[in-house]
Design a protein around this ligand. Structure first.
Ligand code: HEM
Length: 725
């Protein structure tokens, strides 16, 4: 079907006024303009459920036992339109879930299985996600039946978990609570290649050095979940593949033991499909024919189902009993020598040099036929890489241990981006605290907030000190995987207390004042840090002649070192903070893009980002006491001066050596202030300027202060899942 306007215009009597396809955008003319759309995703208008819908409330009505029984029945209810291998869907369900969860990467916390994004492009059409449309479509009757009480995101995560349970694994548990999005995420950087499966070289500094993979990426090629099953750039070499696996799985928060458990456990069930030619397949769902109704990779030449299915191009199962959870992966791997061969689709795969017929897996349709098992390059890595091999041998010899490690790693894989345990819902949610959940004990709420505030006020800290400390404690929050934030007061623990971005000397000084106050009031340090910030803000508002009270919600707890996996916090270190006008060093990405990225992770809108920048500047909270962007004669007062002076044509904006800017009086040439790109972008970008104008208006001084406080409170409470449950 031709939907291309350029081709049809002139021929068609109907006027094409709207820019109605994704490839046409009125702003494509300026590809380097800031993409503020990433701040305005998942808007209420895209969500068909309406403002009163509360998924967490709906979940409480879910009959979990009935849902699980239906899922169990579905696993062996083979459908004519997509027959189940050996009469069981456990393999395809588990792979769907793994591919949803496996996109998670620690650096920015994006990806993962918490949103149901596998329903949308690009993920629904990634080459590596071939045929994940089928298990989702098989799940549709169940989704339809349980409706609003189960999100797609939860269902996708649960289906794979149930698949392993159905195969015989004792799972570690399952928590519900993932809310669906209704359009593809616009913020996730998947790589800059414009070609699917482009060689790895484009995303590595040096492809021989696995660690040189471009950040924050965690897959070796565009369109893959992790490594290439046929080897680095399709060239078989299990040792090289092992190095790639180690890095990519580490970027998914998995260590060597978890990596071996997941890969081997993953391939304990199911099979690879490559008994045919990929050339016969229809396009991926997103570019599929309208009559294909969202299904892709359909074979119109042959049968293309059952034993003739083509997915990765590799062909065969890993174990003798591929629908059963057992130790068959390791016995198969270690009991045989393997040699490189070609699948019927021409893919490189490892097959046993010799194998007894009885040890071969059966044909998916005819139990009387048997074929060779196969191993991918990644599976072989578990045998040849010395560290992986030692772990594999331990797993082979101690099945109970392997099962325990796999079950826990699978749970982590599928729950890593759901956030802390307090967000878990459902009867099967484990009650154990796990270190990767960044546990925070419940804080007290029964202390006298007003009295505490008076004690902080009498302690002699400046508003700027209090505001900057509260900001630093809260700004690590990222909505992508719900890590970071003020709760827990981890800013007083390693590694955060020593991060340059937190100005360790100032931080130590402020904490030395606040910690004893917290102890004597029975409040958490986390609460006191935020309360002090609020107090500083109220004082700054008074200095501007405004009487404002900043809402405060007590109840944060204090985490300890023992509750903190210090190493895992490295990825949360702010190496730039436009709100405090700071860059740890110069980066290839512009400071304003870094600001935008951070604002998106913090869940801010463009207007909130704007008002926060303007307020923070005049409050004198720049990192290291720098005065860039402090466009005011009254620093420390919560005025809209930043915006007034930014938009004032009496000023000229002049670049100076070293990359900064001077704001000069247009008539006299006298330098009034200095600025960075992060300041000036609010005058140069047309959309940000429109917000800056709102806050510069004479009639919006109060609105500016009110909006600043609202955005501030949003940041302070971003990780208070108890408040917005
Ligand atoms: C080192 C990373 C991995 C690589 C390179 C890899 C590669 C592959 C390939 C090539 C297939 C065949 C797809 C097809 O043709 O149908 C496959 C299937 C599968 N993988 Fe993996 N995989 C990896 C890790 C994992 C992990 C961590 C899990 C789960 C924890 C997993 C679970 C599965 C399952 C269940 C199937 C069977 C699908 C079916 O029966 O339809 N894999 N994998």
């Amino acid at each position: 079907m031709d939907t291309n306007k350029a081709k049809s215009v002139g021929k068609c009597p109907v006027a094409h006024g709207g820019m109605t396809t994704a490839g046409t955008s009125v702003t494509n003319w300026w590809p380097n303009a800031l993409n503020l759309d990433i701040l305005h995703q998942h808007d209420r208008k895209t969500n068909p459920m309406g403002p009163d819908f509360n998924y967490r409330d709906e979940l409480k009505k879910l009959d979990v036992a009935a849902l699980k029984a239906d899922l169990r029945a579905l696993m062996t209810d083979s459908q004519d339109w997509w027959p189940a291998d050996w009469g069981s869907y456990v393999g395809t369900m588990a792979r769907m879930t793994w591919h949803a969860a496996g996109t998670y990467r620690i650096t920015d916390g994006r990806g993962g299985t918490a949103t149901g994004n596998q329903r949308f492009a690009p993920l629904n059409s990634w080459p590596d996600n071939a045929n994940t449309d089928k298990p989702r479509r098989l799940l549709w009757p169940i989704k339809k039946k349980y409706g609003n009480r189960i999100s797609w995101a939860d269902l996708i995560a649960l289906a794979g978990t149930m698949a392993y349970e159905e195969a015989g694994l004792k799972t570690y548990g399952f928590a519900f609570g993932r809310e669906d999005i209704w359009h593809p995420e616009k913020d996730i950087y998947w790589g800059e290649e414009t070609e699917w499966l482009a060689p790895s070289d484009s995303r590595y500094g040096d492809v021989a050095d696995a660690k040189s993979l471009d950040n924050p990426l965690a897959a070796v090629q565009m369109g893959l979940i992790y490594v290439n099953p046929e080897g680095v750039n399709g060239k078989s070499d299990p040792l090289k593949t092992a190095a790639m696996m180690r890095e990519t799985f580490a970027r998914m928060a998995m260590n060597d033991e978890e990596t071996v458990a997941l890969t081997a456990g993953g391939h304990t069930i199911g099979k690879a499909h490559g008994n045919g030619s990929a050339a016969n397949l229809s396009p991926a769902p997103e570019s599929g024919d309208i009559a294909d109704q969202g299904l892709g990779w359909l074979n119109r030449v042959g049968r293309g189902v059952g034993r003739d299915t083509v997915v990765s191009g590799l062909e065969g199962a890993w174990t003798t009993h591929p629908t059963t959870w057992d130790n068959g992966f390791f016995t198969m791997l270690f009991d045989h020598e393997w040699e490189l061969r070609k699948s019927p689709a021409g893919a490189s795969q490892w097959e046993p040099v010799a194998i007894k017929d009885a040890d071969k897996p059966a044909d998916v349709e005819d139990p009387a036929r048997r074929y060779n098992p196969m191993m991918t390059d990644a599976d072989m890595a578990l045998k040849v890489d010395p560290a992986y091999r030692a772990i594999s041998l331990r797993f082979r010899d101690d099945f109970a241990y392997f099962e325990k490690v796999f079950a826990r790693a699978w749970f982590k894989l599928t729950h890593r981006d759901l956030g802390p345990r307090s967000r878990y819902l459902g009867p099967d949610a484990p009650s154990e605290d796990l270190i990767w959940q960044d546990p925070v004990p419940k804080g007290r709420t029964d202390y006298d907030v007003a009295a505490l505030k008076s004690r902080i006020a009498a302690a002699g800290l400046t508003p700027a000190e209090m505001i900057a400390t509260a900001w630093d404690s809260a700004r690590t929050f990222r909505g992508s995987d719900r890590r970071g934030g003020a709760n827990g007061a981890r800013i007083r623990l390693a590694p955060q207390k020593d991060w340059p971005g937190n100005e360790p000397d100032r931080l130590r000084r402020v904490l030395a004042v606040l910690e004893p106050i917290a102890a004597s009031a029975g409040a958490s340090v986390a609460d006191v840090i935020v309360l002090a910030g609020n107090l500083g803000l109220e004082q700054a508002a008074r200095a501007a002649g405004l009487d404002l009270s900043v809402p405060f919600a007590p109840g944060r707890g204090d985490a300890s070192d023992a509750m903190t996996d210090a190493a895992s916090f490295a990825v949360l270190e702010p190496v730039h903070d436009g709100f405090r006008n700071w860059l740890k060093q110069d980066y290839a990405v512009s400071p304003e893009e870094l600001l935008l990225d951070r604002a998106q992770l913090m869940g801010l809108t463009a207007a909130e980002m704007t008002v926060l920048i303007g307020g923070m500047r005049v409050l004198g909270t720049n990192h290291g006491g720098a005065t860039h962007g402090q466009f005011t004669d009254r620093p420390g007062a919560l005025t809209n001066d930043f915006f007034v002076n930014l938009t004032d044509m009496a000023n000229a904006w002049v670049p100076v050596a070293g990359g900064g800017y001077e704001i000069r009086d247009r008539k006299t040439g006298a330098v009034k202030w200095t600025a960075t790109r992060v300041d000036l972008v609010f005058g140069s970008n047309s959309v940000l300027r429109s917000y800056a104008e709102v806050y510069a208006q004479d009639d919006n001084r109060q609105k500016f202060a009110r909006d600043f406080v609202a955005a501030w409170v949003k940041v302070m409470n971003a990780d208070r899942f108890d408040l917005h449950a």
